[in-house]
Design a protein around this ligand. Structure first.
Ligand code: FBP
Length: 303
C-alpha cells in the first residue's frame, strides 16, 4: 500500500469501503499511481464546445476509441467523458482504465444568462459501465445554481449508496464577467462550495490574481496571491485545508512551455494534479503522450 495514498484516504474516513476503494483505484492507477497525485484525461468538449472546435485540430479524436487509448498510453489515472463516449468504449476498457462518467453536460448553443447543465446519465449507468466515479458540473454564480446544488446532493447520496465517489467540476459562470469566473476569490469560493456539497474530488480552473467580490477584498489583505503557486495554495486551503483532492483544468490549447510553466506552479502550490483535455487530445498522439508524461513527472517530483 502506498503511504501517500493512504494519507489522503484518511481524509475520507467517514466514507464506505466502496467509495474509498474507488478513490484508491484512481489514485493507484497509471504512471502517477501511488504518488498521491493525479492526471485525468477529460473528453466532454465534443458536447460542451462542439465536434469541430474540439476534434478538428487532431481528427483522430472524432473516434471515441482514440481517447481511452491515449489515456492508457500516457499513463493517466483515469478517463472522464459523457455517456455516449463511455458507452462506446466501456466494454473494452472497464477494469483496464478507471472510467469517470460525466453525468451532466451543457452545450454552447444556448444563451449564457442562467447556465445549467442537463442530467445526461445516471448513477446506474456508471455502475453498469464499470466506472470508478461519476462527474458533475456546477455553475456557482448562475441563476439556476440552487437547482444544480440540490440535484448534486441527490446524486452524491445515490452514488455513495452504491460505493461511487463524485468528482465535481466547479465552474463559476453566469452573473459575472468572464474575468470574474477565474478570480482568486471566486475560484476559492467555488472549491469550498463543491467540498461543502460533499464532492470527493474538486476540479476548478487555475485562478488569476483578480479579486472579483468587493466584499472579499479586505479579507485578502493577509493572503498571498501574487504568484500562481500562492493562489493554488489558497484554493487547496479553501478545499478543507487540503483534506479534499483538488485538481486544476488545462484550459484552451496553448504552447508546451506555457502548459509546463502552469503545471510547475500548480505542483509547487500543492495542487493534487490536473485534468487536461484540449492540451492533450488536440495534439498528435505522440506529442500528447510526451506532454502528459512531462506533466506527470512534474507532479511526481513534488509528491
Ligand atoms: P480542458 O483541459 O480542455 O480545459 O478540459 C477541462 C474541462 O473541464 C472539460 O471537462 C470541459 O469540457 C472544459 O474544461 C470546459 O471548458 P470551458 O469552461 O472553457 O468551456
Amino acid at each position: 500500500m502506498s503511504e501517500a495514498v493512504e494519507r489522503i484516504l484518511a481524509n475520507y474516513a467517514g466514507e464506505n469501503p466502496g467509495v474509498v476503494g474507488n478513490l484508491r483505484r484512481l489514485l493507484n492507477h497509471g504512471r502517477l499511481g501511488g504518488t498521491g497525485k493525479v492526471v485525468i484525461l477529460p473528453v466532454d468538449q465534443g458536447f460542451e464546445h462542439g465536434p469541430a472546435r474540439s476534434f478538428a485540430p487532431n481528427p483522430a479524436g472524432f473516434d471515441p476509441g482514440y481517447h481511452p487509448r491515449l489515456a492508457l498510453d500516457a499513463g493517466c489515472n483515469g478517463y472522464a467523458a459523457p455517456l455516449g463516449f463511455i458507452e462506446a468504449i466501456a466494454r473494452d476498457y472497464a477494469g483496464e482504465l478507471p472510467l469517470i462518467l460525466k453525468v451532466n453536460n451543457s452545450d454552447s448553443l444556448g444563451g449564457p444568462e442562467a447556465p445549467c447543465s442537463a442530467l445526461t446519465s445516471a448513477v446506474d449507468d456508471a455502475l453498469r459501465l464499470g466506472c470508478a466515479a461519476i462527474g458533475y458540473t456546477i455553475y456557482p454564480g448562475s441563476g439556476l445554481r440552487n437547482q444544480m446544488y440540490q440535484d448534486l446532493r441527490d446524486l452524491i447520496r445515490r452514488a455513495r449508496e452504491v460505493g461511487l465517489p463524485t468528482i465535481v467540476w466547479s465552474y463559476p459562470r453566469g452573473g459575472m464577467t468572464a474575468q470574474g469566473e477565474t478570480a482568486i476569490d471566486v475560484v476559492a469560493y467555488a472549491a469550498q462550495i463543491a467540498c461543502q456539497l460533499g464532492a470527493h474530488v474538486v476540479k476548478v480552473k487555475p485562478p488569476s490574481e483578480l479579486i472579483f467580490q468587493d466584499a472579499a477584498r479586505r479579507s485578502y489583505e493577509g493572503i498571498p496571491i501574487s504568484t500562481l503557486a500562492d493562489r493554488i495554495r489558497h484554493v487547496v486551503q479553501s478545499s478543507f485545508n487540503g483534506r479534499r483532492i483538488v485538481i486544476f483544468s488545462g484550459g484552451a490549447a496553448k504552447g508546451t512551455e506555457a502548459v509546463i510553466e502552469e503545471i510547475r506552479e500548480i505542483a509547487k502550490g500543492g495542487g493534487y494534479g490536473s485534468i487536461v483535455g484540449r492540451n492533450a487530445f488536440q495534439r498528435s498522439h505522440d506529442e500528447a503522450v510526451e506532454l502528459l508524461q512531462q506533466i506527470m513527472d512534474i507532479y511526481a517530483a513534488e509528491a
